[in-house]
Design a binder for this molecule. Structure first.
Ligand code: NI
Length: 351
């Protein structure tokens, strides 16, 4: 499913006063994971905010940044009361777990030692990893919220070490602000990451600082990092066939799973052959194709195709000069099949 982008309606670790307005923008931009913090707005407004997130079809996240135990427990109780989907952060796991027991809330506490506000992740990589391993082993802990970009350690090394040490999802929090950082998070094995301030302040690299443009840029970059963007544009057959003139020498025009799309020009008669395991499809783009079988002949006109199953002997013949044919067949297919013929081509050029 790829790396997940969680948009936080927060700036400098506080839920922003105009969160409702930004939420509308985020939902309109197609953001599916939206969070807020337990600091900045009263719980009544957070409850409405959460309801609006879920009404918009998104998954909701409450991140606990209060440091003292009493405030953290109040936030955990509020998470239950509000009905958030995922509770991020906090460090008083022993006290929070009983509050969440029996609910559907998924819990991703902070590994390591958290200090200050805005929060900072203290300690060495080894210390954070030890904490992550211990937390991830707990029942009721579904993942971890790593304040990677709030650590003074090597951030890339920290993320990779934590992800390698635990088999539960790890969300990277802090200050991701570029496609490169998103790519680093993905390569480290992260399940997701948060961005708040950078998008709200218009600091993410984009065509404009407007929030909608910021969010669309982040989502495009996430899709690119997840390899969910297609590199393909339409291919015009007339222009593709015009790039070569030799006959009985298929060109590779594309690949669909293990099937090759090939373009070939036929002229005159080919050779009787069959293919042991490969089926072949012949689509006539220009001209007329005669497909000879042992029991009959078939004529394939422009805009028509014919399938030749594996094992069936066939001999293609171009009628009326050159015939342009699009072939669809497995990558292993050799044009001459079992026949020993000089027109065999095994190293195909691309078109
Ligand atoms: Ni064949």
């Amino acid at each position: 499913m790829g790396l997940r982008f969680i948009f936080m309606l927060t700036r400098n670790d506080e839920t922003v006063g105009d969160a409702e307005q930004h939420l509308k923008t985020a939902l309109a931009a197609g953001v599916h994971h939206i969070g807020f913090k337990d600091v900045g707005l009263p719980f009544e407004r957070l409850k409405d905010l959460n309801a609006a997130i879920k009404a918009g079809g998104a998954t909701s996240y409450l991140e606990v940044v209060s440091l003292d135990e009493a405030s953290e427990l109040a936030s955990a109780r509020a998470a239950v009361d509000i009905g958030v989907d995922i509770l991020l952060g906090g460090t008083h796991v022993d006290a929070v777990l009983p509050i969440l027991a029996g609910t559907d809330i998924r819990y991703f506490p902070f590994p390591g030692r958290i200090e200050g506000h805005p929060s900072v992740l203290a300690g060495t990589i080894d210390e954070v990893v030890d904490s992550a391993v211990a937390l991830a082993a707990r029942d009721g802990v579904h993942g971890l919220d790593l304040l990677a970009y709030r650590s003074a350690e090597n951030v890339t090394g920290l993320m990779a070490a934590v992800c390698a040490a635990v088999d539960k999802p790890v969300i990277m929090a802090g200050s991701i602000g570029s496609r490169d950082q998103i790519e680093i998070a993905r390569r480290s094995g992260a399940a997701g990451f948060t961005i708040g301030t950078a998008a709200l302040d218009g600091d993410y690299p984009a065509d404009s600082p407007e929030l909608e443009t910021q969010l669309r840029s982040i989502q495009r970059d996430v899709a690119g990092v997840n390899k969910h963007l297609s590199p393909f544009a339409p291919k015009n057959l007339d222009r593709a066939f015009a790039t070569f003139s030799d006959t009985w020498s298929p060109r590779i025009a594309g690949q669909v799973n293990n099937m090759m799309v090939k373009l070939a020009k036929f002229e005159g008669e080919f050779v009787w052959h069959h293919h042991e395991v490969e089926d072949e499809l012949f689509l006539v783009h220009k001209g007329r194709l005669l497909m000879k079988f042992r029991d009959r002949d078939e004529i394939v006109e422009e805009g028509e195709f014919i399938i030749v199953p594996h094992g069936v002997e066939h001999c293609p013949v171009a009628l009326d000069g050159v015939c342009e044919v699009l072939l669809l067949e497995p990558a292993t297919t050799v044009n001459t099949g079992n026949a020993d013929d000089a027109r065999r081509v095994t190293d195909l050029a691309h078109v």
